[in-house]
Design a protein around this ligand. Structure first.
Ligand code: FUB
Length: 327
């Protein structure tokens, strides 16, 4: 597949892309060039700040706008500024980001700026009722905004099954229904959840919820929602099986019906993406560890064009044939 690496002067990951004012803006995590031990909790992802990237178009020069937000400026956060996203409303820009709070639990915060590239001023506290990681923001045609979020393992989704944090809680296993990503509507001021947090359920073609043991298809982390030809597309990482897959629905809240694989495994453990339309073409933004030669916490964001078939399915992209089925 043909792809383009977007930054080589720093390591970047988890790219959330949007078009604002006719320009492409990418909101990635900023991986640090440090050597740390890996863990299932993701302790190696010790990010401290965000840089926003932008470009006139898919082939144009990429600008790094510098530090848009630093953990030291976020009163409620202690460490690990993981995958962010941003959106615009009435000329203001809202950066949504997960980080560990002072009690070591992941929460989701919001910071506000006057320009898409920031700088962003964080709210004093995290979004009330937020938990886990990987916020993605979707604006529907009626002007409502929704945030999808959640991640297993280091993302702590297993710990919130009762609605409160339970430190030793474990996730479902085998034939039990898989844990779901979450979705909440945003309030008019974009700063809080409007009402409750709901499951984004993914079902198979017979309408049966995917099971926890179905690691090829069940949700792990990195949600993204977009709309194509009137259908909602929910895409995400399968984590342990390292694919980006997708499901479709007629309602933003789901249930979504599983469809297939968008991106087969990349070099490195994590895989994380976003999908955006720009001037009539559709692009996948993702990351891999090719430049660091496989160091999980030194990732690089890339983009590649995606193609829809006439029936609305998405053609699978294969970055590296040799990685399929290897892990
Ligand atoms: O970048 C840290 C974490 O790695 C993200 O939050 C996950 O989606 C995974 O990419």
């Amino acid at each position: 597949m043909k792809s383009r690496e977007l930054a080589t002067h720093i390591y970047t990951a988890d790219p959330s892309a949007h078009e604002f004012n006719g320009r492409l803006y990418v909101y990635p995590s900023h991986d640090r060039d440090i050597d740390v031990a890996y863990s299932d909790e993701g302790d190696e992802y010790l990010m401290e700040d965000y840089h926003v990237l932008s470009m006139d178009g898919p082939d144009a020069e990429v600008i790094d706008h510098g530090i848009a937000l630093h953990v030291d400026d976020v009163q409620w956060a202690s460490k690990q500024m993981w995958a962010p996203d941003a959106h615009e409303k009435n000329g203001k820009y809202y950066l949504y980001f997960p980080a560990r709070d002072k009690e070591n639990n992941f929460r989701i915060g919001v910071a506000v700026g006057d320009k898409p590239e920031g700088p962003f001023v964080p709210e004093k506290d995290y979004i009330k009722g937020s938990f886990s990681i990987d916020p993605c923001v979707f604006k529907d045609d009626d002007g409502s905004y929704y945030v999808g979020f959640g991640g297993l393992w280091g993302g702590q989704l297993e710990k919130w099954q009762t609605g409160s944090f339970v430190a030793d809680a474990e996730g479902p296993k085998g034939d039990e229904p898989a844990l779901c990503a979450k979705i909440a509507k945003l309030t008019g001021d974009m700063l809080q959840f409007d009402g409750g947090v709901h499951d984004i359920q993914v079902v198979d073609k017979d309408g049966k919820p995917l099971t926890a043991g179905d690691e090829e298809r069940r949700y792990f982390e990195g949600p993204w929602i977009h709309k194509y030809n009137g259908k909602y597309y929910f895409s995400y990482s399968t984590g342990t099986t390292h694919c980006i897959v997708y499901a479709t629905a007629d309602n933003v809240m789901g249930p979504y019906t599983y469809q297939g694989v968008i991106l087969t495994p990349v070099e490195g453990w994590t895989t994380h993406h976003s999908i955006v339309e720009f001037k009539g073409k559709w692009y996948l933004f993702y990351h891999d560890c090719e430049r660091s030669k496989g160091i999980n916490n030194k990732r690089s964001v890339k983009m590649a064009e995606i193609t829809y078939n006439e029936d609305g399915t998405i053609q699978t992209l294969v970055p590296d044939e040799s990685l399929i089925g290897k892990r």
